[in-house]
Write a protein that binds this ligand. Structure first.
Ligand code: ATP
Ligand code: MG
Length: 553
């Protein structure tokens, strides 16, 4: 296979496995626990697992790791599927670890019958105490000496609901003096009288992560089971169970999880932000969730590009959120429709414009060679931004000032003739004249101006609300900061501008459309918008190209 980019370490392993004939084809899986919405870290895992299968002509299963009945909900299952679809990936099978509860129960019985598992009546404190420390070996208690028959009987009774939560557990009999604490007779089943989102009340015993995950991989014949670094110490037990049960030899590989600046990346913490109303929901545009980013206007291609750019590492690192924003801008620059929106209006009357209105044609995206055009109404009264006028301009102020000229984007050159003020001296209006022969695209005036301003016709302006977002946290490394992570929430992460003035083309409510408001940033329509009330989210700011352009001229 010829490559432009060098292979990452997992691709190297896969290519070797395929060359050696260890596997004919690869099968990966994405195994979310349905206890929250997916975040950008999950996107990395999704892009990796699905991306490998696409690259090597393999397949990827979506498996819900739903072995904990208490925290899991169907709402999360649906959101996870929606997010993966939106990211552009298709799973081969949709499986649930809970589909394997019968099989896992059989596996447990096999272990018991091989003398490799026992029912322990100790309390969790006792079990923890007997486990020892990494330097002091653990000790086995008297329950570990129960014979096979008694263990089968007790485990069956556990399943049949004879005991209360915590009264007994099933433990694998591995090695109480292993330097790896996970090997010291780990608990593999616990009693939990709880309703499960899929199996209902059928079960009151549930397998622990280590006794479900690897076995589910084997049941599905997963060839490469890819997880994050914190699972390295689990690998020994993963392999031990596969060996003892003589099931399909799936293999676990670990990569560094994604950590990003100015945010948190743990469902537990994100749930707190939602429950304690620091944000409006899982899909709040400030959240690092896939649904939040989608609502904010980030494109799926930008997220995939970001995951590709950060690559796969074996060591933890902290990725600059600016890189994600760079990818978002790059995509939007190519696709976003340009529109004009005035945030702080200053009225201009064009004294010599005597028509009712004139439609001017403006390109939707100058970066796109096949760009469409839209018709924008121009009339006698228009709005420009207050900041685009100065009565006493500093040097190199290329916007409007008394006696100065600018071009109105896509329309005409105007000249400021008079500044109108109220009794208190506030500027209420500018009186300007326009040069009829300076129309954009057909300019015969021979006059060159340095500034181009965005504008909106007053009579045609559409009102909208705009939401501007800042970082959710005001420190870079939230995960490693002292104290409660919520102490570092940025209190000013949301700014609402209740009324802006937009050109009429923005009345078209289409969640799919992405916009660049000239000189303001990239925006999308918020899902709460109605015909009566338009709401736009700022996806990301522009790089300050305006300042640069002004300098160039
Ligand atoms: P969290 O700590 O946010 O709750 P998790 O690891 O418990 O995450 P799971 O639903 O178990 O979440 O994760 C599904 C898959 O996504 C796992 O394979 C996990 O390793 C991977 N994953 C989770 N978080 C990240 C991350 N930040 N970077 C890369 N992969 C991740
Ligand atoms: Mg988890």
């Amino acid at each position: 296979m010829s490559e432009e980019k060098s292979l990452n370490f997992i691709e190297e392993i896969i290519e070797k496995d395929l060359q050696d004939g260890k596997h004919e084809t690869i099968l990966t899986r994405f195994p979310p626990e349905p206890n929250g919405y997916l975040h950008i870290g999950h996107a990395k895992s999704i892009c990796l697992n699905f991306g490998l299968a696409l690259k090597y002509n393999g397949k990827t299963n979506l498996r819900f790791d739903d072995t904990n009945p208490v925290t899991e909900e169907t709402e999360y299952v649906e959101s996870i599927k929606e997010d993966i679809n939106w990211l552009g990936f298709k799973w081969t099978n949709e499986f649930y670890a809970s589909d394997y509860f019968d099989k896992l129960y059989e596996f447990a019985i096999i272990l018991i019958k091989k003398g490799l598992a026992y029912v322990d009546d100790s309390s969790s404190e006792e079990i923890a105490q007997q486990k020892g420390t990494p330097t002091i070996p653990g000790i086995r208690n008297r329950f570990s000496e129960r014979d096979i028959e008694e263990n089968v009987k007790l485990f069956t009774e556990m399943k049949d609901g004879k005991y209360v939560d915590g009264e007994k557990v099933l433990r694998a009999k591995v090695d109480m003096s292993s330097p790896n604490m996970h090997m010291r007779d780990p608990i593999i089943y616990r009693i939990k009288h709880a309703h499960h989102h899929r199996t209902g009340n059928k079960w009151c015993i549930y397998p622990m992560y280590d006794f479900a995950h690897g076995q589910s991989d084997s049941i599905e014949n997963i060839t490469h089971s890819i997880c994050t670094l914190e699972f390295i110490p689990h690998r020994e037990l993963y392999n031990w169970l596969i060996q003892q049960l003589a099931i399909f030899p799936s293999q676990q590989y670990e990569f560094a999880r994604l950590n990003m600046t100015y945010t948190v990346m743990s469902k537990r913490k994100l749930l707190q932000l939602v429950n304690e109303k620091h944000v409006v929901g899982w899909d709040d545009p400030r959240m690092p969730t896939i649904s939040g980013m989608r609502r904010r206007g980030y494109g799926a291609a930008a997220l995939r590009d970001f995951c590709d750019k950060i690559g796969i590492a074996k060591r933890e690192n902290l990725i600059d959120i600016g890189l994600l924003e760079f990818c978002v801008r790059e995509e939007l620059n190519k696709t976003a429709l340009r529109r004009m929106v005035v945030f702080n209006p200053l009225k201009i009357t064009i004294t010599n414009f005597n028509k009712e209105e004139e439609m001017v044609s403006i390109e939707d995206n100058p970066e796109d060679p096949n760009s469409t055009h839209r018709m924008v109404p121009f009339s006698k009264e228009i709005y420009i931004e207050q900041e685009d006028f100065m009565e006493i301009p500093p040097k190199k102020f290329f916007r409007l000032y008394p006696g100065g000229r600018v071009r109105l984007k896509g329309a005409y050159i105007i000249e400021c003739n008079e500044v109108v003020k109220d009794n208190e001296g506030n500027i209420t209006e500018l009186q300007c004249s326009y040069l009829p022969e300076s129309k954009s695209g057909n300019d015969t005036s021979g006059i060159h101006v340095k500034g181009t301003l965005h504008w909106v016709s007053k009579a045609h302006a559409v009102h909208a609300e705009v939401k501007l977002f800042d970082r959710l946290f005001h420190i870079e490394n939230v995960a490693e900061a002292e104290g409660d992570f919520k102490d570092h929430i940025n209190p000013n992460s949301l700014q609402i501008i209740e009324k802006v003035y937009a050109e009429p083309a923005l009345l078209d409510i289409d969640i799919q459309k992405k916009y660049q408001f000239l000189r303001k940033g990239y925006f999308c329509i918020d899902k709460d918008s109605t015909k009566e009330k338009l709401i736009f989210n700022r996806t990301v700011t522009l790089k300050d190209t305006w300042a640069k352009e002004v300098k160039k001229n």
